[in-house]
Ligand binder design. Sequence first.
Ligand SMILES: *[C@@H]1O[C@H](CO)[C@@H](O)[C@H](O)[C@H]1NC(C)=O
Ligand SMILES: *[C@@H]1O[C@H](CO)[C@@H](O)[C@H](O)[C@H]1NC(C)=O
Ligand SMILES: *[C@@H]1O[C@H](CO)[C@@H](O)[C@H](O)[C@H]1NC(C)=O
Length: 975
Amino acid sequence: MKNIQEMGSFFFFFMLSWVLGGFFFSCRAASISLQLNDDVLGLIVFKAGIQDPTSSLSSWSEDDDSPCHWNFVQCDRNSGRVTEVSLDGLSLSGKIGRGLEKLQNLQALSLSNNNFSGTINPELARIESLRRLNLSRNSLSGSIPPSLGNMSSIQVLDFSENSLSGTIPDYVFNNCFSLRFVNLGGNSFEGSLPYTLSKCMFLGGLNLSSNHLQGDPDFVNGIWLLKRLRVLDLSNNGFSGPVPEGVAGLHNLKELHLQGNLFSGSLPLDIGFCIHLMHLDFSNNIFSGALPSSFQSLTSLSYLSLAGNNLMGELPPWIGNMKSLQYLDFSSNGFKGILPDSLGNLKLLSYLSLSHNSLSGSIPESLAKCDRLSEIRFRDNLFNGTMALLPFESLQVLDLSKNDLRGSIPPEIIFCSNLTYFNLSWNSLDSRIPPELGDLHMLSELDLRYSGLHGSIAENLCSSKSLSVLALDGNSLSGPIPQEIGSCSNLYVLSLSNNSLNGSIPSSLLKLQKLEVLNMALNKLSGEIPQELGGLESLVAVNLSYNQLTGRLPSGGIFQSLDQSSLEGNLGICSPILNDQPCKMNTPKPLVLDPNAYDGVAGTIVPDLRNSGKSKRKEFLSVSAIIAISAASLIILGVLVVTLLNVSAQRRAPNNIPIDSLSSGGSKCSNQAMGRLVMFEAGSEDWVNNAQSLLNKASEVGRGAFGTLYKATVGEGRVVAIKRLPSSNLSLSEEDFDNEVRNLARARHPNLVGLKGYYWAPQLQLLISEFVPGGSLHERLFSGKSPSLSWAIRFKIALGVAKSLAHLHHACRPTIVHYGLKPSNVLLDANCIPKLSDYGLVRLFSSLGKRGLSMSPGYMAPELTCGSLCVNEKCDVYSFGVLLLEIVSGRRAVEYREDDMVMLCEDVRSMVERGRGLECVDMKMEEYAEEEVVPLLRLGLVCTSQVPSSRPSMAEVVQILQVIKTPVPERMEVF
Ligand SMILES: *[C@@H]1O[C@H](CO)[C@@H](O)[C@H](O)[C@H]1NC(C)=O
Ligand SMILES: *[C@@H]1O[C@H](CO)[C@@H](O)[C@H](O)[C@H]1NC(C)=O
Ligand SMILES: *[C@@H]1O[C@H](CO)[C@@H](O)[C@H](O)[C@H]1NC(C)=O
């Protein structure tokens, strides 16, 4: 306040009161001298009633006059009253007792993630100013006290993950006009939904998940009336009944979670009209019928799960229209028919599960176009084509088990280089084990049981050492178990039963120190069990029954206590368990404990034992085949690598700063640049000698009116930004250039991108500056890729940019005018602190004039468009005003509509004048402070006044912003 008075400008006050809209100002001034001690008293009383094992609240002392400097407490700067108390995750326990109700200006109270117990204190309702109450993740019990229905300002209620019980009372939704978010998830509430809920017109988020709620929610007269809902979560309750049409009225709905209930009937037919839906989960209910065709309009939907219902019919071709899908789960339904080729249009798909349906035909080749797919789960269907497989580098999980697939496992499987899980069990293949499987370095679980394999176990199957589960049971594999199996050092399940494997058990198994399960039953293995296997400490289950093994059991480990059933059906194993038999070493003696139980086996064992030598030789024939296949795959791999290298080289090439241009200008200084590199900071001289390599490593990160921007690493990993100026426009001599750049470099400020140096050559000029990693405000506001900025951050950005401009205008001599302010020049660091770039560059291009080069339409002050020559800092104020409106509205300065161009500031001006300013606010923000938003819009409008002299100075703008700023508590996490 003091600063403002010192400025003593009538104009300033006039503007200020308009910006603040009157009301704000008056309600702030009154309360300063109120009893500050009430807050100290209340907090001390509260602290006295709880346990604080880690002494987190040691700064809370009753001797203090004000609690404003205590930890976890925030005050309003003007009134000195406590506005926020956040005690999240401090291991506090005990009951939430008296005290807090004294904090009559408290707006946000968060006690989340502690161990508070007992019931919710009804006195909390006496804090009339309370807007956000977060008691989530504690051990609170009992029901919600009736007094809570009296909290007329409450916007956010989060009681999730406690042990609250009883019905959800009607009065919880008494305060419907203020309530925005309610989260009661993860408690033990029961009964049905309160009828008062339907009055909560402004509710944006409702989470009642994981309770014991029941009954038909009566969507038509209840939830479908909550038109502002963006997130609705009723999952994991006992709700039942149909989900009728009407959901289309929830225009803003982004997430709908109904999974884990007993909802029945058909899916709501009009769901497709909720075009903003991003997450839809209807899984694990008893929905029936076909997919409503309106689904195809859900082009923003990225998560769709309908798993575990009774849905029927074919998968329609329009499914390919849902282009944003990343996660698609239709498993455990009654879908049938063939898969549409259009699945290949889902380019963003990364998870696809159709398991447990009755789908048939082949797997469409178009699926290979979904090059982000990481999981394909088609288990338990009727797919019966051949296993065509196209390169799928992204694939990690491939489950095709329990189908009727034919043909062989294609060697192209080698392209699935990230595969970790491969399950082809229970199919009708006619295939060998492709040796390529051994080259999959990520492959951990390989299940090929009962899939129609023949031939031998490839020796190199373990060469990548990554396998932890290898199951090949129930095939026609023959030949010996290769010694190389010992390389599978991570194996914990090795199951090879029910094949025709022969030879002896390899002693290399000893190397499998993680092995827990070893199953080799029902083969033709002979000889003795290697004694070394007694050293396998981890083994918990072994089955060697029905082979032709002989001799003494290994002494250590599990073998001492093996069940008889694991050894029966062999030729003669001496074991303490089988102690009826005399132990004669190496005596092949048929030992059939119960000949009736395994009829016929005893008869085949003896002849096979005699033949075992011959059958080994037969298997060696296949080695040449293996070599041929391996060679072919090596060639393919080589070609692939070369291609990739070429592609990446091509991609990189144009991004490099052409080094040739460094030495152009007639001189043949070969490598040595003839320009000059000047660094302003001490300690960076070493770069000078290294200019060449610095530029070599640079990569392009952006382009703008003032040239192309590169990123490069110098010295010990320091990253800098390098801007290559469009030299054709540059008219300055080297000396003038040096002067101007040094001027700019002197303008140091935390919200300015610092200039570190430059490079000058007649044909090439580079500016070297600090690298700001977080991208530009433009990307964050408009690209829609990164999560939307919160209000607190937006405000911080506005204030930071204002400060940097005020610095340029008022603290720098000569004054620096930016001339090119727009969101793409506002860079954000990792903490979203704004840093202005490209300031004053226009001075380097004075030959072009100040117009034309820098200003983008929409940001250009009207006096510039009119060709007025009297331009000064007020142009920046204008651009700043536009930027402010963009920050609040999330809209661009100029929007091109069908046959029309909409100027943001004109649009906002007419809305604000009609009292509808709030409608301009960016819908992507979940929460914002209304008492800040409207003044900010008004400030933006003052700054964009047509007449330059009506615009405030940047120093005044900073002052106004600081007055507007209320100490807003960090947004509470509700969902
Ligand atoms: C939370 O409090 C209960 C008793 O109220 C106690 O049994 C439990 O160990 C506490 N848990 C933690 C994590 O402090
Ligand atoms: C709610 O407020 C009204 C009026 O202020 C009061 O009469 C009533 O007792 C309050 N209810 C509860 C449960 O505190
Ligand atoms: C492979 O699929 C079968 C049948 O679907 C399943 O029973 C088995 O557990 C799966 N194997 C692995 C390793 O997950």
